[in-house]
Write a protein that binds this ligand. Structure first.
Ligand code: ANZ
Length: 973
């Protein structure tokens, strides 16, 4: 911009000036608690939020104030009375990683800040803060690698990330920021655990209720124990056990995912498709262990049905639905030589097509059903090359032991062995062979299926492999070629025992088949879910300890609320006991077990002091993030995890069709099933127990895209620093050598990371914010390009020049009245930008502001009318808050822009003065007219006739068609 040799004007908006302005306004906001949002009641209620230093209005002269002196504090920057209109905006909070942030991380945080700032200018009371998800494996492993205590390392990482984020000018209520590792926070995580532990799910009321209610009902005989015994006849210990079987938190001895490499068990959601740990990529083995489980499955129906309350991306809702996996079908009993095999099927309408059965290799009936020898003439393909069924089964079980569930299901080559035994198809008496095969899983349905090869793809493949009969029972496909799995009319489906499905549709046939099974006592309707209970314990150090102790008989006792928090003990050796990652036989050994002073305690739990041992597991990393929105609401409350009055104000339902929840939750789509299912579950339990008024934690969810980047590899495939790569004629070079371009993630190991600090140093935070918002629609991924950042910077320089002289630093705005064109440009911008902000179309906000600034720059060439730039500064505020505050103050305002109202627009300036219409003669465009949009029909026709006079010449107009605002058609003869 400046000619060579010419020095940069002293008051140009460049990096040094941006830095001064930014630190000045950040200090101002902090000192004034500008973003502190008041609560209805408690520590953050209005009376206690008014800053002590409510000095009179600032005396800083508007135009001459040097950028470095902050204005004195002004009156409180938020209204003293709580507006009804509120907005709770939340980001998915980060792990405090030691590596710090790259420019991709804050994309969502900037977007929510922009949205929050816009809404403050709409008069809303806005709650926005950011905490840290600081427990968990990443923090612990990083700490282990670097050899320091997780707490020390975590705090260092938090400090560094906070420093980076503070530079970006995010308008957070800092009083509300929490870290899940704060004792004051995890005390309440433990408290919620106790709430869940002390509850049961009442299937009649479809909600959680206190376990004490259940005890009363068991004593009164209105409810039965799980095994049907009379509660009152049980011993004290048996009673305790009977109650435990109902609790929403329970200990189960079950198959779990054991990861020796990490030294801990993992939830299903933490295991990848190929059976490895999501973190660390270690092998995961299935193992029987005693573990804490949460009964999330009790909520399956509500978790599916309440999705309709949510304003979430359809994709995420579909992922939750599939994960919970509700299927409606039937359980059907088959008789196999005196043994009852119960199958689960979603297609009871296809019973007549069941030509064989398959049990999971682990099914409990397998050993009883396995015959001594194979019947004469058994197909050799069915025997796994063995002489006897017993030997074939043993060999097969060995072969599949190492496969994960997913591998077992995806495996295209079907395998299995015949048990030497036949079952009877209950609808037609057919004798059908019974197999075991790995494509039938234990733990889903009943672990046994009836196979209908004509209409199920896996059964079809198996039948082909093993040469089994394929009988069509649904019309429509070509079963010679493939299974026909769609709906159609039932065929070949009648018996002489009162069942005739022929001609019925799928749903009719299903209903009729189920009715018949029920009448004959051969089966019942059944809803089945894929969702499993949540494995809720980890054998690590860096997590919330369980508020649970065991007595001398090994019976678990939940500790009373008064004993919370149970603090994590200081230990010398906090490292987990991990094992050879391939050693499937290893057993988990929690590191807390080594803290013997902590583990062995004497407590009085109501029956005098006794010795107990503490539970040495810790909660999974998902615990702290399952409820943090509620603590943001009431972070300083010492009495409760969150006062229900504050919760009602911030997240309560708006009407009976609303489930309530945070107004906007922004984060990555990768949390579609884990965190977002767990937090919905916890929230629902708290709702059932009357602790919150909202049924859902997050009313609206928005998945932001990712900032991606180019990376470059040399001939050896090694990454080279992306910043030093040069482009020539579409090819890329590093130190003269040609390198290969890749596109994807940004990261240290790919040598393509750009840190927000670098960008702040070079251009300032406002430039970075504008650039990130302008890059593209918020929900799509976009490539980072450092060379384009200057464009955002130049835009802010142009804004600056409209208000301030680069040479003198004086105000250059005029008091000129706005022309008609100015008014049109302004009001159109206000209208467009307002809608775009509301809809989170932040890239088009920036595009419209750029257009408006270009218009003013071109029209006024430095310095523009005050009436044109004042609203510009207001509109710019949410995206580039520091420069906007500075210009606002220089324009003579002595309050913060934060709570100024957003400019409004007048419809009259949005209408066009004239429009152009095509004129057709007999359907062909022959001319155009330019006319006022509200011109009368007669005027339009008159103008049209003139415009196409030469095409009508001598003929008569028999019809005139005017489509207002679109076109005119004249029919002539
Ligand atoms: C007969 C049948 C006929 C089936 C047909 C499907 C189609 P979803 O919808 O996923 O719940 N199945 C049942 N238990 C299984 C297990 N433990 N492992 C593997 N497969 C199992 O699937 C339910 C269907 O998957 C059931 O319905 C059963 O096959 C199979 F034309 O029964 B179906």
């Amino acid at each position: 911009m400046t000619n060579p040799g010419e020095s940069t004007p002293q008051h140009r908006y460049g990096a040094p000036l941006a830095a001064e302005i930014e630190s000045k306004w950040q200090t101002y906001w902090t000192e004034n608690g500008t973003f502190n949002a008041p609560n209805p009641v408690g520590a953050l209620a209005p009376a206690s939020t008014v800053p002590a230093s409510t000095a009179p209005a600032s005396t800083v002269p508007a135009s001459t104030a040097p950028a470095s002196t902050a204005p004195a504090s002004t009156a409180p920057t938020h209204p003293a009375e709580l507006p009804k209109d509120k907005l709770f905006v939340q980001d998915m909070f980060p792990f405090p990683s030691g590596a710090g942030l790259h420019v991709g991380h804050p994309l969502g945080y900037i977007a929510t800040d922009v949205y929050a700032r816009f809404n403050r200018m709409q008069g809303k009371n806005v709650l926005h803060t950011l905490g840290y998800d600081a427990f968990g494996l990443p923090a612990e492993q990083y700490a282990i690698q670097t050899g320091t205590h997780p707490r020390v390392k975590t705090q260092e990482s938090i400090d560094n990330m906070e420093r980076q984020l503070n530079r970006l000018g995010l308008g957070h209520d800092k009083r509300r920021a929490i870290a899940t590792t704060d004792t004051d926070y995890y005390k309440w995580t433990q408290w919620i655990f106790l709430q869940i532990f002390n509850s049961w799910f009442d299937p009649d009321q479809q909600k959680a209720r206190p376990i004490a209610d259940l005890k009363n009902e068991l004593e009164a005989g209105t409810k039965k124990t799980k095994d049907g015994r009379d509660f009152n006849t049980l011993s004290k210990q048996e009673k305790a056990q009977a109650l435990d079987e109902f609790r929403l938190v329970y200990r189960s001895h079950s198959m779990v995912n054991w990861c020796p490499g990490l030294g801990t068990v993992l939830a299903n959601e933490e295991v990848t498709a190929d059976g490895r740990s999501e973190r660390g990529n270690f092998p995961v083995f299935r193992k029987q262990l005693s573990q804490w489980m949460m009964r999330i499955t009790a909520y399956s129906d509500r978790l599916i049905d309440d999705l309709s309350l949510l304003d979430w991306p359809d994709k995420v809702k579909a992922m939750q639905r599939n994960w919970i996996g509700r299927s409606r079908g039937a359980e059907v009993d088959f008789d196999a030589q005196g043994h009852k095999i119960t199958v689960f099927t979603t297609r009871p309408d296809t019973l007549f097509g069941a030509t064989y059965m398959v049990l999971a290799p682990e099914h409990e009936l397998v050993d009883q059903l396995t015959a001594i020898s194979y019947p004469e003439g058994t197909d050799p393909r069915w025997t796994n090359g063995e002489e006897s069924p017993v030997a074939a089964v043993a060999k097969y079980r060995k072969q599949i032991a190492a496969k994960s569930d997913l591998e077992r299901q995806e495996n295209k080559e079907k395998t299995g062995v015949f048990l030497g035994c036949y079952a009877t198809n209950p609808v037609n008496g057919a004798q059908i062979p019974v197999f075991i095969a790995d494509y039938v899983l234990t733990g889903y349905g009943t672990g046994a299926i009836m196979s209908v090869p004509a209409h199920d793809t896996r059964d079809f493949e198996f039948a082909q492999q093993f040469d089994l009969p394929i009988i069509e029972v649904v019309k429509g496909g070509d079963i010679e070629v493939e299974a026909f799995t769609e709906s159609g009319e039932a065929v070949n489906s009648a018996n002489d025992d009162g069942l005739d499905l022929n001609g019925l549709s799928k749903d009719e046939a299903k209903a009729r088949a189920i009715q018949w099974l029920v009448d004959k006592q051969l089966g019942q309707e059944k809803v089945q879910y894929k969702l499993r209970d949540w494995l809720f314990a980890r054998q690590r150090y860096w997590g919330e300890p369980f508020p649970v102790v065991y007595d001398e008989d090994g019976i678990a006792h939940a500790l009373p609320e008064s004993m919370l928090p149970i603090e994590l003990p200081e230990v010398e050796d906090y490292k987990p006991v991990s094992f050879d990652p391939e050693d499937a036989d290893s057993e988990p050994q929690p590191p807390l077990a080594k803290a013997t002073d902590w583990v062995n305690v004497e407590l009085d739990l109501g029956d005098g002091p006794k010795r107990y041992t503490r539970d040495t597991n810790v909660m999974p990393q998902w615990a702290g993030s399952s409820w943090y929105q509620l603590r943001y609401i009431d972070p300083l409350n010492n009495e409760k995890f969150c006062d229900i009055e504050n919760e009602r104000y911030w997240t309560g339902p708006r009407d009976e069709h609303d489930g309530g929840g945070v107004d906007l939750y922004v984060g990555g789509v990768e949390h579609a099933v884990l965190h977002l299912l767990y937090s919905r579950f916890w929230h629902k339990v708290l709702f059932d127990l009357g602790h919150v008024t909202s049924r859902e934690p997050y009313r609206r969810l928005y998945n932001q895209g990712y900032i991606q980047a180019y990376a470059y590899t040399d001939a050896r495939g090694v990454y080279v620093p992306a910043a030093e790569v040069e482009e020539k004629d579409g090819k890329f070079f590093y130190q003269g050598e040609e390198v290969k371009q890749e596109y994807g993630k940004m990261g240290k190991s790919l040598k393509n990371s750009v840190s927000p600090d670098e960008m702040c140093d070079e251009y300032g935070a406002d430039t970075l914010r504008v650039y990130e918002m302008a890059m593209g629609p918020l929900d799509t991924s976009r490539p980072w390009a450092t060379k384009d950042v200057i464009g955002a910077h130049r835009f802010l320089q142009r804004v600056w020049r409209l208000v301030v002289s680069e040479e003198t630093g004086e105000l250059v705005v005029s008091d000129a009245e706005l022309t008609k064109d100015d008014l049109k440009a302004l009001h159109r911008t206000v209208a467009g930008v307002t809608e775009d902000y509301q809809e989170l179309r932040l890239n088009t906000v920036v595009a419209k502001l750029i257009e408006y600034v270009n218009y003013l720059t071109k029209t006024y060439n430095g310095g523009a009318p005050r009436a044109a730039v004042t609203p510009l500064v207001q509109m710019l505020g949410p995206v580039a808050p520091h420069i906007a505050e500075e210009l606002w103050s220089r324009l003579g305002h002595d309050n913060s822009l934060t709570y100024e109202s957003f400019p409004t627009f007048d419809e009259q300036y949005l209408r066009d003065d004239e429009i152009e219409l095509p004129v057709q003669v007999n359907g062909k465009v022959r001319g155009r007219i330019v006319i006022a949009p509200d011109a009368s029909q007669d005027d339009v026709v008159a103008a049209a006739l003139t415009a196409v006079a030469s095409h009508i010449d001598g003929q008569t107009v028999v019809k005139q068609i005017v489509v207002p605002g679109r076109m005119v058609n004249l029919v002539v003869k």
